[in-house]
Design a protein around this ligand. Sequence first.
Ligand SMILES: Cc1ncc(COP(=O)(O)O)c(C=O)c1O
Ligand SMILES: [Zn+2]
Length: 393
Amino acid sequence: MFLHCVACDERYKRDPMLYACPAAGCESPLEVLYDKEYAKVGKLTGEGVWRYQPLLPVKKSVTLGEGGTGLHLCERLGRELGIPRLFVKNEGENPTGSFKDRGMTVGIALAQAVGARAVACASTGNTSASMAAYAARAGMTALVLLPAGKVAMGKLSQAIAHGARIAQVEGNFDDAMRLVVELSAHERGVYLLNSLNPYRLEGQKTLAFEVCEALGDAPDALVLPMGNAGNISAIWKGFNEWKRLGRSRRLPRMIGVQAEKAAPIVRTFREQADACRVENPETLATAIRIGAPVNWRKAIAALVDSKGDAGTVTDREILEAQRHLAKTEGIFVEPASATPIAFLRKRRLKGAHTVVCVTTGHGLKDPDALSGAPVEMRRIKPSLAALRKLLDA
Ligand SMILES: Cc1ncc(COP(=O)(O)O)c(C=O)c1O
Ligand SMILES: [Zn+2]
């Protein structure tokens, strides 16, 4: 096993504390590669992330039952969108309610292996919720850096409940990210569990394995939100490894979606630029309110190499898609996770028969998001007559 820089192509030997390329002026995220790729994978057993133990860089230690989430065929929504087989891979079904748990169960094992006294992350909310839970279970201290006032209530409650030390950073996610990277460089006992951590992303690639196993092959397209772009990178890596193992025949098109006013990757993809940043990103989908995504190079590679696409949706389209998915299919997701549906509602994917949308986090994470929804809740007298009137209205 070794580490590979996606920007300058340099290789480094396995080092759990190496988060970014040390080559002068590079500082790009690294990826985990394997010398003799899975020579002895053999028969896979069990369920969830650790079913794929032979394909992961560390032995299982702390688990809460992550992965193995539902892949739901959405016939009604599919008919509406002109997609014969539309699936929702509902990552809200993970133990802390988001896909982050897949990576965190792997990342925390690394933190234990290096003897870290604490784990740390900058987060738009879900990473902190997940890390706090796994740190609690591992008996470690969790330090989370959150952009002040911009984290959804459900996620903040989780970090509080699990006993994390919480720093509300006066600034946005990008400021918090910069700060936590600095901290981990100076405090050797603090292990960094952001999506800059290449080992954590290894856990997240298991979503691709699950989808391929459930469908018998990769889908035509996989649509997902992009923030820091760790997830799209990890999942694309997973599809490629599964195919190289001979367990699937093809690769999906990767379709990444961002919010209109927080869309640095979409812009870089369209303009084929060699930089990726927007100042002051804004969206009510706070999970993806990120202006300087650390994994942008990996994301662009996934989009280009898969002959995929990237697009934006407005906050209004996000909220409409969130409610529509909940009402038509019974799946309640947080705003960021509704971006794939919002995208498919306005853009047809040519020739796509089987499409998987990844809904990354549970709707209860951000209960305030629907507070502006136009609903009428009637107060009634406690009588059957009044109730009947409501039923037939
Ligand atoms: C619910 C949700 N969706 C999507 C994302 C974006 O994932 P990534 O940063 O890996 O692109 C996040 C990241 O925090 C998230 O919490
Ligand atoms: Zn490099």
